[in-house]
Write a protein that binds this ligand. Structure first.
Ligand code: C2E
Ligand code: MG
Ligand code: MG
Ligand code: MG
Length: 285
C-alpha cells in the first residue's frame, strides 16, 4: 500500500478510528508544531479531460513531512486536525498556498488550469472561509473560475444549511464547487439536488477494475446519466489502468484523475510536464 502511494512511507495501516488516545494527542500536538514550523507542502494531481486528452485542472493534495514521524497521510491527520480545532488554520494555509500556485500557472501557462482545493465540511461553518478565499483572489488578481472547492458529502450531513449557504455564495462569485468521493457517503441523492454543484467526483471504489466489474459499470453509467440530466460534470477518481480509462470514456465521463495519468507531484514537476512537448504524465504511471 505504501508503495502505491508514490513510494512515500505513508502510514495507511492505522486509520484514525483505531488510533489510541495517546497517538491522537501526539499527532494533535505535532500538528500544532507543523503549522508554525512550515512542515506542510502541496502536491498536485492532473485531471484529464477525456474528450481532448488535455490537463485542464489539478487537485491540490496536502502533504505533511514531520521531522519525527516522516510523511503522514492526510487520511490520518485531517480527522485529528478536525478534532483538535486545527482544521481551520490548516485550510487557510492550503488556500493561501494553492492560490499562489494557481496564480503562477495563470501567469505562465498558455491554457487555463483550474486548481481544486479540498475543504473539510467544518470549514464551511467558519464564516471566514469566503473572506479568506476572496482575500487571496483579490490580492492576486486571480479569476475565481480558476479555483474549485471539493467537499465530501459525508461532511455535509451535520449542518447542511450553513454549508449550503457558504457553497452557494462561493459559487455565486464564480468559484467552482465539486462533490468529492461521490457514492460513499450518506444521502447522496438528496445532497445532489440540494447543493449547487458544478461537478461530481465518483469515488475510486467504483472505478477500480471497472472494466471487469459489471455491477460497478452499471452504477457508474447510471451516475453519469444522472449527472448529465442535472447538468453536472463528472470526474472519475483513482483511474490506474488504461482499461478503466477506456471504459469511462465509453460511458461519457468528462474527466479522469488517477495514477494512470499521473500521481500527485510537486508544482514544478506539473509545470514542466505541462510545458514539455510530450506531457510525461500522459504516459501510464
Ligand atoms: P481525495 O480528495 O478523494 O483525494 C484523492 C486521493 O486519492 C489522494 O490521496 C490521491 O493521492 C489518491 N489517488 C489519486 N489517484 C489514485 C489512484 O489512481 N489510485 C489510488 N489508490 N489512489 C489515488 P491523499 O493525497 O492521500 O489524500 C487523501 C484524502 O485526504 C483526500 O481524498 C482528501 O479527502 C484528504 N485531503 C488531502 N489534502 C487535503 C487538504 O488540503 N484539505 C483537506 N481538508 N483534506 C485533504
Ligand atoms: Mg478531493
Ligand atoms: Mg475523492
Ligand atoms: Mg477521499
Amino acid at each position: 500500500q505504501a508503495q502505491r502511494q508514490g513510494g512515500h512511507q505513508f502510514c495507511h495501516y492505522c486509520p484514525t478510528l483505531t488510533l489510541s488516545m495517546d497517538d491522537r494527542l501526539t499527532l494533535g500536538n505535532a500538528l500544532h508544531q507543523a503549522l508554525t514550523n512550515q512542515e506542510f507542502h502541496l502536491h498536485y494531481q492532473p485531471q484529464v479531460q477525456l474528450s481532448t486528452g488535455n490537463v485542464t485542472g489539478v487537485e491540490a493534495l496536502l502533504r505533511w513531512q514531520s521531522p519525527h514521524m516522516g510523511n503522514v497521510s492526510p487520511e490520518r491527520f485531517i480527522p485529528v486536525a478536525e478534532d483538535f480545532g486545527l482544521i481551520g488554520l490548516i485550510t487557510q494555509w492550503v488556500i493561501g498556498a494553492a492560490c499562489e500556485q494557481a496564480y503562477q500557472w495563470y501567469c505562465t501557462l498558455p491554457e487555463p488550469l483550474v486548481v481544486s482545493i479540498n475543504v473539510s465540511a467544518l470549514d464551511l461553518h467558519f464564516n471566514n472561509l469566503e473572506q479568506v478565499i476572496f482575500g487571496h483572489l483579490q490580492r492576486l488578481g486571480l479569476p475565481p473560475h480558476l479555483l474549485q472547492i471539493e467537499v465530501t458529502e459525508t461532511g455535509l450531513v451535520a449542518d447542511g444549511l450553513q454549508a449550503l449557504d457558504t457553497l452557494t455564495r462561493l459559487r455565486e462569485q464564480g468559484i467552482r464547487v465539486a462533490i468529492d468521493d461521490f457514492g460513499t457517503g450518506y444521502s447522496s441523492l438528496s445532497y445532489l439536488s440540494l447543493f449547487p454543484w458544478d461537478s461530481l467526483k465518483i469515488d475510486r471504489v467504483f472505478i477500480q477494475n471497472i472494466h471487469q466489474n459489471v455491477n460497478n459499470q452499471s452504477i457508474v453509467a447510471l451516475v453519469i446519466q444522472l449527472a448529465q440530466a442535472l447538468n453536472l460534470k463528472v470526474v472519475a477518481e483513482g483511474v490506474e489502468v488504461a482499461e478503466e480509462a477506456d471504459c469511462l470514456r465509453n460511458f461519457g465521463c468528462d474527466w479522469i484523475q488517477g495514477y494512470f495519468y499521473g500521481r500527485p507531484l510537486p508544482a514544478h514537476q506539473i509545470t514542466s510536464a505541462l510545458t514539455s512537448p510530450q506531457p510525461q504524465f500522459l504516459q501510464p504511471a
